[in-house]
Design a protein around this ligand. Structure first.
Ligand code: NAP
Ligand code: ZN
Length: 358
């Protein structure tokens, strides 16, 4: 049965095709996942595209702690509404929609009420490798369909194609949120470390917000792309002269790197009262000289995705500014190859799975 011919009102869960990780060391393989029947507040989405975030790899390989296998990862989901529950008010069948890293939360705690569902005091329900309110494990976007409560579904504005929209649901919001929080805009010098999935979105968004943007990449290989995407300057961090030339320059540094860095060296690039905000999540703990932040009253901060309302705000901002992700669309059976290329920093700039190939 295809995900679309599921009869409305039938309460039998529907099985859809997916790709799953079955252990930390095996390649992802074809899998079938059961989706719950559409409840009164639920939206059933036919997934068209799913982005490959580095977090999918961290999770599939149990790099952040043991994952629960099998797990279908993917939290950059774009598709169309196939069915809505009787109490759904925001969406109709056929609407273009997206789902990011969360699919539920308590909805009542102070953080949920403030629009910070990612910090729900009871813990948000992750799109994958989590447990839903029905007690079942959650499975993400490398699959044909998903059922999500409408409060965790965003509208994808007309004008953004679904393939380039998918990565906005994680890479987009994860970079938009700290850029907003730390005031990226005209007159601000913003550096972005790492020109990967998150990094290239940070460049596009910071540029659209009016900031002066510098890319700090390992090499100059992607310089032409970086400048085309909106960077004003581009430096190789493998060149020690870079750290001399840029000393004390930046108001804000957004670190998108998935590996450990010499944080003292990067903090020396901040102006007085500047902030380095980390979104990259390497598995190991870090070491830091306190002098690197104390001298200059600098901030060393982190940022975790963004709430649902802010995700919608980001999507609307992207539509207004003609921003999508730069994507390489791949067939589902190329996902393991794509993982290796992401790990080798050989991604320009987000792999997106064409779900029709599942
Ligand atoms: P990605 O596409 O692999 O990009 C990471 C980039 O970092 C690479 O393209 C590379 O850029 C640079 N890099 C990689 N290894 C490096 C090394 N050893 N030294 C210096 N630079 C290195 O990954 P992504 O999907 O953007 O995700 C980045 C990180 O953010 C991951 O850890 C992911 O889990 C995390 N993340 C966090 C959140 C959050 O809410 N905070 C949300 C999503 C993802 P260059 O080639 O330009 O140097
Ligand atoms: Zn992600």
């Amino acid at each position: 049965m295809s995900p679309t011919d599921h009869p409305q009102g039938d309460d039998v869960p529907t099985t859809v095709k997916a790709y799953a990780a079955t252990s930390a060391t095996e390649p992802l393989t074809p899998f079938e996942v059961e989706r719950r029947d559409v409840g009164p507040k639920d939206v059933r989405i036919d997934i068209k595209f799913a982005g490959i975030c580095h977090s999918d790899i961290h999770t599939a390989r149990s790099e952040w702690g043991p994952a629960t296998y099998p797990v279908v990862v993917g939290h950059e989901i774009a598709g169309t509404v196939a069915e809505v529950g009787s109490e759904v008010t925001k969406f109709s069948v056929g609407d273009r929609v997206g789902v990011g890293c969360m699919v539920d939360s308590c909805g009542e705690c102070k953080n949920c009420l403030a629009g910070d569902e990612q910090f729900c005091v009871e813990g948000n329900v992750g799109t994958y490798n989590s447990v839903g309110k029905d007690g079942e494990p959650t499975h993400g976007g490398y699959s044909q369909a998903i059922v999500v409560t409408e409060g965790f579904v965003c509208s994808i504005p007309e004008g953004i194609d679904l393939d380039v929209a998918a990565p906005l649901l994680c890479a987009g919001i994860t970079t938009y949120s700290p850029l907003k929080q730390w005031g990226a805009g005209p007159g601000k010098k913003v550096a972005v470390i790492g020109l990967g999935g998150l990094g290239h979105m940070a460049v596009k968004l910071a540029h659209a917000m009016g900031a002066e943007v510098t890319v700090l990449s390992q090499s100059l290989k992607k310089q032409e792309d970086g400048l085309r995407l909106g960077a004003d300057h581009y430096y190789a961090t493998s060149d020690p002269d870079t750290f001399q030339a840029l000393r004390g320059q930046f108001d804000l540094i957004v670190n998108t790197v998935s590996a450990m860095l010499d944080f003292d060296a990067y903090l020396s690039l901040l102006d007085v009262r500047g902030a380095m905000v980390n979104v990259g999540l390497p598995e190991e703990p870090l070491s830091l000289r306190m002098f690197s932040v104390v001298v200059g009253n600098k901030s060393f901060a982190g940022s975790n995705i963004g709430g649902i309302a802010q995700t919608q705000e980001m999507l609307d901002f992207c539509a207004e500014h003609g921003i999508g992700s730069e994507v390489e669309v791949i067939a589902a059976d190329k996902v393991n190859e794509a993982y290796e290329r992401v790990l080798a920093s050989d991604v320009r700039y987000r792999f997106v799975i064409d779900i029709a190939t599942l």
